[in-house]
Ligand binder design. Structure first.
Ligand code: ADP
Length: 250
């Protein structure tokens, strides 16, 4: 569905992505993980054409992403940025339907779609008239997800979608988000810095460091067959107290 070939990108001479090649399979979740600054968000932003690489190609369903194709491809991609990125001066509903309204879609059909998405994401339709500051963190996240899903995209790119939430809300939203993505069968790339979250969402974990992919595989493989000492360091550094006591998440 999505393929990245030999992608490199520098900012002010500092490489952020170094010769990355990656195939993202259809209709499943691929988790992108690594320490802060390793290039996860940059990679996601090149996948949706918000950034263009210095070298390399992004293929969307076999078609190269370029200035000519970027808008069409962007409309087939739902993107949730860190903290949700909602416009504070627009109600939840206006945030969700913004793009459809700009594209001149039928107001009635968009309204029906918004209500369908409320059911999918379990967002109370009565709260659609509220502004982001009048919503809880979990509700804001649902609004951001609804906005990403509005045009029924083929691909979902989620950049730390749950990072801003407190642990209890986060854990219940993790379950809902996974169920929703799997039910809708979207090809998804989910960025997180939390290994337990990556393992919860996916058996296909892509671990990055300093702009490169270090290892790709399920959590068991990262633990038992690390490709480099860094993988072991990263896994160790992420262990929570429950694992130190002997229990394992998956
Ligand atoms: P991550 O998402 O893994 O935390 P990023 O992709 O945000 O990492 O950043 C990778 C590197 O690129 C970092 O060193 C960051 O400072 C740099 N970087 C990212 N975006 C920009 C930008 N717009 N301008 C300059 N440097 C940037």
């Amino acid at each position: 569905m999505l393929e990245v070939q030999n992608l490199s990108k520098s900012f002010n001479g500092e490489p952020a992505l170094r010769d990355i090649s990656l195939t993202v399979p259809r209709r499943v979740i691929t988790a992108l993980i690594g320490p802060s600054g390793c290039g996860k968000s940059t990679l996601l932003r090149t996948l949706i054409g918000l950034l263009f690489p210095d070298r390399g190609t992004v293929l969307f369903d076999g078609e190269p992403l370029s200035e000519r194709t970027v808008l069409r491809i962007r409309h087939r991609t739902g993107y949730v940025i860190q903290e949700g990125g909602l416009f504070p001066h627009l109600t939840a509903e206006r945030n969700i339907r913004l793009l459809a309204d700009r594209l001149g879609r039928s107001r009635r059909e968009t309204g029906e779609r918004v209500h369908e998405l409320c059911a999918i994401t379990r967002f109370p339709a009565g709260a659609l008239a509220r502004y982001p500051y009048e919503l809880s963190g979990g509700q804001r996240q649902r609004v951001a997800l609804m906005r990403a899903l509005l045009l029924d995209p083929d691909v979902l790119l989620l950049d730390e979608p749950l990072a801003a939430l407190d642990p209890i809300v986060r854990s219940s939203l993790q379950q809902e988000l996974k169920q929703t993505i799997e039910r809708l069968g979207k090809t998804t790339v989910l960025v997180t810095h939390d290994l337990a979250e990556a393992a919860w969402f996916s058996r296909d974990i892509v671990l990055m460091r300093a702009g490169r992919i270090v290892q790709r595989g399920p959590i068991s493989q990262l633990r038992e067959r690390p490709a480099a000492p860094f993988v072991t360091e990263f896994v160790r550094a992420q262990r929570g107290p429950h694992e130190i006591n002997g229990a394992r998440s998956r």
